[in-house]
Design a protein around this ligand. Sequence first.
Ligand code: MN
Length: 134
Amino acid sequence: MKVVSARDAKTRRGPEEWFTGAVWMEATPAGTPPDAGIFRVLFEPGARTNWHIHPEGQILYVVTGEGRAQKEGEPAVEIHTGDTVYFAPGEKHWHGAAPDTFMVHVAINPAANSDGGTDWLEQVTDEEYSGEVR
Ligand code: MN
């Protein structure tokens, strides 16, 4: 067993090359096998990731608030507190807050101790963000 204290987590502003709007990320230090990259991420209203791909896939757990997530080629979907979202390896997607609500999710990146394995792509335009939501 290994307990990683929240005191050891590093909180930083999400870089502009990865996000639109204010985003704060808190990365948990590495654990022990079976390890994963664990991130608590806070999005201000309207903030979202760029389009991106996780080669190993990703699981999101919405801790609080309301948000949106979209897989390329499909309409965006609303996500809410308590929802879990699975992205398959290689799936191009984005996620973020709803327009009028903060959203905090925990992101779990399998087999990755850091976000270094994510392929960051182009910004989600206002038009894409404001598009159809299921
Ligand atoms: Mn993702």
